[in-house]
Ligand binder design. Structure first.
Ligand code: GCV
Length: 642
């Protein structure tokens, strides 16, 4: 087995013990190429005959494609067959995941193919430390694994990361923040060597490197007077710059662009639309097989809060749906799963169904910007499972509509990779869902527990802590889908009115009589009309709208009775008391793991759970007090509200 884990760094889901089932066995590896060599290095000594595990590249890609594999066990021999080297890599890690089960009894032929062709993590890492956002924007796991103080880091950590990602099936990564500041912009040109170095380290793990680029690069870096996508000089600049990128990195993945969004430049500045913007980059990349990921996260962040007609939820659809069919084949529209911004609970973005003639990628957020910032234990598997399985159109769910799954990474140079050690499970789950969105989130959690913490830990306690932790987090934070009651700027902790009268959008409209945003066609912003049937009708209807999204779509009186039978105000009180109490129970449950995990990890989790208990109580008291003072309605159970 590979023994090059970094000293002092938690091995996450690839500790030497994870290879126990393979370690003592005779293994044969057949095939050539870099990725096959990676498998050989993982396996250690190989044999030519009498193998108990045979890993073979057949060279016949056929139905297995480049990444699929078959697994079976017959006559005491476990066999992985792949058409191409990448499939062998994924097949090998599947055997690691199965452990002893891969070597027990007979196994009929199972075929494993990735559901998503690209399974990509985006890093919001800055090259130079940003005075407001730090080295990693929305990063809660220490510094960047790529850059420190403006310079590239030692890449040993990146190599270990590549290995972890390959073991979950991730095959692409964007290494820098979509908010591309001056130093990072130069990764495209005179600092390209740094990108090539990362690509070199990740290549043996089947991971292609992508780069976030600034739409105004022709001006910033090329000295051109304009970045107008229809200008011939601009087109030529992108073509030549991209040619040089491929000269240095022949398997470069492509560009990611955040344009006309939160202050980033874009095609609107030149009177052009987003298809014009994306296509100039797509054309530059096409000769080399590259792709451009164009983000749909475009909205007006300089609103007048008095203007009731502007609705941030509407923006992406309004901008992009009319452009369906206008994007090049190698342009991928990257759409956040919800219409606002990675909130704990949002409806699915209607853009995902609105653009059948466009390649759509769905974007999740593994970094827990709005879900507890890796100070709170919040296993996001159940949320992603709901998102991916949501039947947005009559014949397809979100996973079926998306061509790719992308997420913002939660990794930094922290010893446990993810700040909160239990947040590793989210990173692991992302890769597994991108490979197979139909997986059960609790089985994925089991896999992670087995691999990362070993088979002997108190699994029941870990499940009791994590299984419902997303819903627990939801219960003590913003109620009923309303979202965004966080402290402005850093987004941690409660602040009910923090964003209410700001240019970024208004999210709850609470007054003495009621709360929620009217997004109906009948009396509100009309956002419900962006959905296909039946959702356009379901969300429009006060009676049919699901409780958990009620305040996202409707403004209702505090006495409105939910499907659950509770009133809105009593629901707010009950869930906040219950949620905060539940965190105390989570903290208590962790005691059962004492002595079963290493002391350092134990101490880190305890410290995080203590903070979660404190923070949940703060949320409970602020939310309950706010709504009690607004509504004047007492808690029917007479609990303490301030
Ligand atoms: C990278 C949210 C975050 C920003 C982030 C942005 C985005 O608004 O708060 O930090 O910017 O999303 O997805 O581009």
């Amino acid at each position: 087995m590979s023994t090059d884990e970094l000293a002092g760094v938690h091995p996450a889901w690839l500790p030497p013990a994870a290879f126990r089932a393979i370690a003592a066995r005779r293994v044969a590896v057949h095939g050539t190429g870099t990725l096959v060599d990676t498998v050989r290095a993982e396996v250690g000594a190989t044999v030519d005959e009498d193998a108990e595990l045979v890993l073979r590249v057949t060279g016949e890609v056929g139905a297995l494609g480049e990444e699929g594999f078959e697994l079976y066990r017959r006559d005491g021999v476990t066999v992985v067959l792949a058409g191409a080297p990448a499939g062998l890599l994924y097949g090998f890690f599947h055997v690691v995941r199965l452990g002893e089960a891969a070597f027990t009894g007979e196994r009929p032929v199972e075929r494993h193919l990735p559901a998503m062709r690209r399974r990509m993590l985006d890093h919001w890492d800055n090259v130079a430390v940003n005075p407001v956002m730090g080295q990693v924007e929305r990063g809660y796991s220490g510094g960047s694994i790529f850059w420190r103080d403006g310079a590239q880091c030692d890449l040993a950590r990146v190599r270990a990361y590549g290995r972890l990602l390959a073991a979950t099936g991730v095959n692409a990564i964007t290494i820098n923040n979509v908010n591309v500041q001056a130093a990072a912009a130069r990764l495209l040109t005179d600092r390209l060597g740094e990108v090539a170095a990362v690509a070199g380290v990740l290549r043996p793990y089947g991971i292609r490197v992508h780069l976030s680029v600034n739409f105004a690069a022709p001006v910033m870096l090329g000295g051109l007077p304009t970045a107008d996508p229809l200008d011939e000089g601009v087109r030529a600049w992108w073509a030549e710059t991209t040619r040089r990128v491929y000269e240095a990195i022949p398997d470069f993945g492509g560009y990611v662009v955040k344009a006309d969004s939160e202050g980033q430049p874009g095609p609107f500045g030149y009177g052009r639309d987003h298809a014009d913007g994306a296509n100039v980059l797509a054309d530059a990349l096409a000769p080399f097989g590259g792709v451009v990921h164009w983000r749909a996260f475009v909205y007006n962040h300089r609103q007048d809060w008095r203007d009731r007609s502007t609705d941030r939820a509407r923006a992406a659809y309004d901008h992009f749906a009319p452009l369906d069919g206008k994007f090049r084949d190698n342009a991928i529209l990257q759409v956040k799963y919800g219409p606002i911004d990675f909130q704990t609970r949002e409806p699915i973005s209607p853009v995902i169904a609105a653009m059948p003639a466009t390649n759509v990628a769905v974007e999740l957020q593994v970094t827990q910007e709005y879900t507890g910032q890796q100070r709170h234990a919040c296993y996001l598997g159940p949320m992603w499972s709901e998102v991916l399985g949501f039947p947005l159109t009559p014949d397809r769910d979100v996973a079926g509509l998306a061509k790719e799954l992308i997420a913002v990474s939660n990794v930094g140079d922290d010893r446990f990779w993810t700040g909160h050690p239990l947040a590793q499970a989210n990173l692991y789950a992302f890769g597994r869902f991108a490979w197979d969105p139909s997986l059960d989130p609790l089985s994925i959690l089991d896999e992670w527990i087995d691999l990362a913490l070993g088979p002997d830990v108190d699994r029941a306690a870990l499940h009791a802590i994590l299984d419902d932790s997303w819903r627990t987090y939801e219960s003590y934070t913003a109620p009923l889908g309303v979202g965004f009651m966080v402290r402005p700027g850093h987004h941690y902790g409660p602040d009910v009115d923090g964003y209410e009268y700001t240019p970024w959008g208004t999210y709850h409209f609470a007054d003495r009589d009621g709360v929620g945003v009217d997004r109906t066609r009948a009396t509100g912003t009309g956002f419900t009309g962006q959905y296909p049937r039946p959702w356009s009708d379901v969300y429009e209807s006060l009676e049919r709208c699901p409780d958990e999204l009620l305040l996202f779509f409707h403004h209702v009186p505090y006495g409105h009775v939910l499907h659950s039978g509770s009133t809105v105000i009593q629901h707010i009180y009950d869930t906040h008391f219950a949620g905060a109490e539940r965190t105390v129970e989570m903290r208590r449950l962790w005691e059962r793991l004492a002595g079963q995990v290493d002391a350092d990890l134990d101490a880190r989790v305890r410290e995080r759970l203590d903070e979660q208990v404190r923070s949940a109580a703060e949320w409970r008291d602020q939310i309950n007090t706010y709504f009690y003072r607004k509504s004047g309605v007492p808690d029917e159970k007479g609990r303490t509200i301030y």
